[in-house]
Design a protein around this ligand. Structure first.
Ligand code: F6P
Length: 415
């Protein structure tokens, strides 16, 4: 059978471990040279295919590809670009197939979240319709941890670890000076519509009096009065109060507390700034001194404190994508199946793309305490295994030694 090439692309917000998935894809494909030609990566994600702007990963050394495993960010560039429904934008899909055909692409591995799984699914459908044989496999990734079916999403475990560690550390700082200085510290974390990252901060402490004292989840409508009362009580009891707020926190009408007013190409509102909203509220209503921090990109790029479990899973889904494709599977996503909590045991399973495309998994209510401000024992059982182990990158001259690929372009063949 003639060897066909791979097109691999990164999509959406990048993570500390998305390159570990790329490493899994490329290393595994290289081990199957008898059946797979080259791995081409999209420069800036799917745009790379639409613009016939691809990177030839075969020009990279074994060492450089191996170093992707410990390098954060998206090594080939990622994009927030959603292909419209086939009926509205057939030309775009046909262009993809045209580029794939010109470069003998037989495998499409799309590394992203729910929107990207939808695109991979549509490309599989169109390939069938146009009689162009293409194997489409989704490679899961999202710090938001909101893909359904899979136990967790690569990228999440490392963000979870970063916010839990940062919450624990910042809380020690606030506690030290609470009597004479700052009383309230607020950490804003990502998570758009789902509170998984905010919940992970809850791992920093155990009981009600251990920080974080209050967590604001997108799943629980924000109650201003009740919240301020809780802050006041917490300060009276502990001298200080540590609050973790999800960027996706909403009021009872479903409006985000912080909406930056812009939207990305997926149509998602840009969020950010809720920590300041909360801080102002605390100052104006309670007269308390505060500090706040927005974890923002620091949280999803923090490879220096990545979870070893997360790194391993990110690599494993990349490897599985290639192996499943070679086993004849199509239009599926490898997923993580939890076998037990303690010890954490997991295996790789698979799920049809149609079951994960465009779906968001929120925090179940049983993971949030009755009062709506904390995490339950069930949530801890779920979250704890995902932050286990450290996988430090190598350091040189005091800094992590991350790889910069050469990213050689593939010669264009089309107009
Ligand atoms: O990828 C998910 C996410 O990290 C969200 O939690 C966050 O709201 C968003 O990306 C930020 O996206 P961007 O980097 O495109 O502004």
């Amino acid at each position: 059978m003639a060897r066909r090439n791979v097109f691999y692309a990164q999509s959406g917000g990048v993570t500390a471990v998305i390159n570990a998935s790329a490493c899994g894809v490329i290393e595994t494909a290289r081990r199957h040279r008898d059946r797979i030609g080259k791995v081409y990566a999209g420069r800036n994600g799917i745009l790379g295919a639409l613009h016939e702007d691809m990177i030839d990963t075969s020009r990279e050394t074994v060492r450089a590809i191996a170093a992707l495993r410990h390098t954060p960010g998206g090594a080939f560039g990622s994009a927030r670009y959603k292909l419209k429904p086939i009926e509205e934008s057939r030309a775009e899909y046909e262009r993809l197939i045209e580029v794939f055909d010109a470069h003998n692409i037989g495998y499409f591995f799309y590394n992203g979240g729910g929107d990207s799984m939808d695109t991979a699914h549509k490309v599989a459908q169109l390939g069938r319709e146009l009689g162009y044989p293409i194997t489409c496999i989704g490679v899961p990734k999202t710090v938001d941890n909101d893909l359904p079916v899979t136990d967790c999403c690569p990228g999440f475990g490392s963000v979870a670890k970063y916010v839990a560690v940062s919450t624990r550390e910042a809380a020690l700082d606030v506690a030290s000076m609470a009597r004479t200085s700052t009383r309230v510290f607020i950490l804003e974390v990502m998570g758009r519509h789902a509170g998984w990252i905010a919940a992970a901060a809850g791992l920093a402490g155990q009981g009600a009096d251990e920080p974080p004292h209050l967590i604001l989840f997108p799943e629980i409508p924000f109650d201003r009065k009740g919240f301020l009362r809780r802050v006041q009580q917490c300060v009276e009891r502990n001298e200080y109060c540590v609050i973790v707020v999800s960027e996706g926190a909403r009021d009872a009408d479903g409006h985000f507390l912080a909406d930056a007013g812009t939207r990305d190409a997926f149509g998602h509102k840009q969020l950010g700034g809720v920590a300041q909203e909360i801080a102002t509220m605390v100052r104006d209503e309670l007269g308390l001194k505060y500090h706040y921090a927005i974890a923002d990109y620091l949280q999803r790029s923090a490879r220096h404190i990545a979870s070893a479990v997360d790194v391993e899973q990110a690599y494993a889904v990349g490897r599985a994508a290639v192996e499943l494709a070679l086993a004849g599977q199509n239009a599926i996503m490898p997923c993580i199946v939890r076998k037990s909590d303690r010890p954490y045991r997991w295996v790789i399973g698979q799920v049809p793309l149609s079951r994960v495309a465009n779906r968001e998994k929120k925090m179940p209510r049983r993971f949030i305490t009755r009062d709506g401000y904390g995490i339950t024992a069930a949530a801890r059982r779920y979250l704890e295994p995902l932050i286990q182990g450290e996988d430090y990158p190598p350091y040189r001259a005091g800094l992590p030694d991350y790889v910069h690929l050469r990213n050689h372009p593939v010669t264009k063949k089309l107009a």
